[in-house]
Design a protein around this ligand. Structure first.
Ligand SMILES: Nc1nc2c(ncn2[C@@H]2O[C@H](COP(=O)(O)OP(=O)(O)OP(=O)(O)O)[C@@H](O)[C@H]2O)c(=O)[nH]1
Ligand SMILES: [Mg+2]
Length: 504
């Protein structure tokens, strides 16, 4: 066969194989999250699978990757996303910090995963490594982060440094499968837990074909997983993990909160607290509650009884207790202010003073708003910009009678105004009547023209009409009526009569 034909043949069989793979894979979108101890070869795997140079690998024993990164590529007609993570048990941080950092890294890594498709967690181990307590700890961390069942259901082990394995075991004619079967200790446990899903990866940047074959094996093994690793699973694992952390720190946490609560309770029970003191106590109580809420929110599911339930309900009681005191004290102050004004208005004797008192009523609103309340005679509301007491709309119920009193206050002002105006009018009428009577009686009747008499009479009609009839005006009305008769007589009888200067 000519060499061209051989090449053509090879190309055809390769295309056929790729087509077969394309047909055999079950999804169109695969995501691999690489986790493992530092230096095992995660970044190097990500580079080789994605072809991207963004993943830096390290030669030294120092941790290289510090932030999770992702890249996407296409193989055999499917989309493959790799997510690289920082090495667990990072050599640059202490063990406790490492745990927290790993957890946060994984949150970020999960966030980088595209939605849907098949997801697998790839636990990367390094051939040559003797598995120590640090490795055990690393796998334990993976389980706490991704969930206890993650090894069994969602994990594939990749053993890197397959090239070194080949060199070592070629002469012994030991296959990787046999080697796995013979391994004991930790690797055996993980191997069993992962239901023997393990792949050996070799690093050879020149051999692209081998690289593709390794990717193919990974995709096909991922298809054997019963379940994909979903965000929901991660959320459940995350809550469980946080709960574990909370349980660990719970005794300390509860002690601190209890001390703070007791201290606060002592202060609240003091009898003579002014508004400012109550305000600062309420802030303290709210802070305490929010601190508990913050701890609680991340650590328990909504359908579970929280371990912080008891201190939280005590903290809530404290807030309610202080709030009751604040609301009642405010109410008392407002009612007292309104009462003083009411009495002033009731005893007011001039319109000028009444105007001043009306102004004071409006200023009363300003005083309320200093306390974060907008009060009118229709309604009371919270001024959010000045709500220093942190009042809630439910608190406003207590102020209902303040609104009623404000309403009453404005009615009293209106009534008072009417009353004062009518007194003023009456005074004018009285003095006009006095001068009318005096004029009429002081001028000798002979000099008083009939027209003038007629006008006087008319004015008496007008005066009587303009007086609002009430008990206090009865005597004035009678007096004018009497004078009216006299004026009528003078107009209609035309009898000259003489009046002395009789002044009223
Ligand atoms: N010979 C050989 N070397 C490898 C293989 N895989 C990785 N390496 C080398 O191992 C070293 C560490 O690899 P990295 O990919 O940086 O390891 P890592 O897991 O990302 O490390 P961290 O980022 O620190 O967690 C690098 O020098 C790689 O070139 C492999 O299969 N064979
Ligand atoms: Mg790395």
């Amino acid at each position: 066969m000519a060499s061209d034909e051989i090449r053509e043949d090879q190309r055809n069989s390769k295309e056929l194989e790729n087509k077969k793979i394309e047909e055999s894979v079950k999804d169109t979108n695969y995501t691999f999250i690489f986790v493992g101890k530092t230096g095992t070869g995660k970044s190097s795997l990500c580079s080789r699978i994605s072809g991207s140079d963004k993943f830096q690998d390290s030669d030294s024993g120092e941790s290289k990757t510090s932030e999770p990164q992702m890249a996407q590529s296409n193989h055999f007609g499917v989309s493959v996303t790799v997510v690289d993570t920082a090495g667990i048990m990072d050599t640059s941080v202490t063990s406790q910090e490492a745990n927290i950092k790993s957890r946060d890294d994984m949150y970020k890594a999960i966030a980088l995963c595209p939605p849907g498709g098949k997801r697998a967690i790839i636990l990367v181990l390094k051939y040559l490594d003797r598995f120590t307590d640090a490795d055990k700890e690393c796998v334990r961390i993976v389980e706490t982060i991704f969930g206890d069942e993650c090894l069994e259901k969602n994990c594939i082990i990749i053993m890197t440094h397959g090239d070194v394995f080949d060199k070592r075991n070629q002469k012994r004619n030991l296959t990787f499968e046999n080697w796995c079967q013979r391994e004991q200790g930790e690797l055996r446990t993980w191997f069993e837990k992962c239901k023997k899903r393990i792949l050996l990866f070799r690093k050879n940047d020149e051999d692209l074909e081998m690289n593709e074959k390794q990717i193919k094996n990974l995709i096909q093994m991922t298809d054997t997983l019963d379940e994909s690793y979903t965000n929901e699973k991660f959320e459940v694992a995350k809550r469980k993990h946080k709960r574990l952390l909370l349980n660990a720190k719970l005794p300390n946490l509860l002690e601190t909160f209890q001390n703070n609560l007791n201290e606060l309770k002592g202060e609240i029970n003091s009898e003579d607290l002014n508004l400012d003191q109550l305000k600062s106590l309420k802030s303290k109580a709210i802070k305490l509650f929010n601190d508990l809420e913050e701890e609680d929110d991340v650590y328990y599911r909504k359908d579970e009884q929280s371990v912080l339930h008891e201190p939280k309900s005590q903290a809530k009681q404290n807030i309610d207790h202080i709030n009751d005191r604040i609301v009642n004290m405010l109410k008392k102050l407002l009612v007292k202010d309104i009462d003083i004004l009411k009495r002033k208005i009731q005893s007011c004797e001039s319109l000028d003073n009444l105007d001043k008192l009306e102004k004071e009523t409006n200023q009363l609103n300003e005083r309320f708003s200093q306390h974060g309340l907008i009060v009118s005679h229709q309604a009371i509301d919270i001024d959010e910009n000045r709500n220093d007491f942190n009042l809630q709309s439910a608190d406003l119920r207590v102020f209902q009678n303040v609104i009623d009193q404000m309403k009453e206050l404005s009615e009293i002002i209106n009534e008072k105004r009417k009353e004062l105006i009518s007194v003023q009018n009456l005074q004018k009428i009285r003095s006009r009547f006095k001068s009318l009577k005096r004029d009429f009686r002081c001028i000798p009747k002979i000099d008083y023209s009939n027209q003038a008499r007629f006008d006087t009479l008319n004015e008496t009609y007008l005066l009587l009409n303009s007086i609002q009839r009430s008990d206090s005006t009865a005597s004035l009305i009678a007096e004018i009526a009497e004078f009216q008769e006299e004026a009528e007589k003078s107009v209609f009888t035309d009898q000259p009569c003489w009046y002395c200067c009789e002044i009223l």
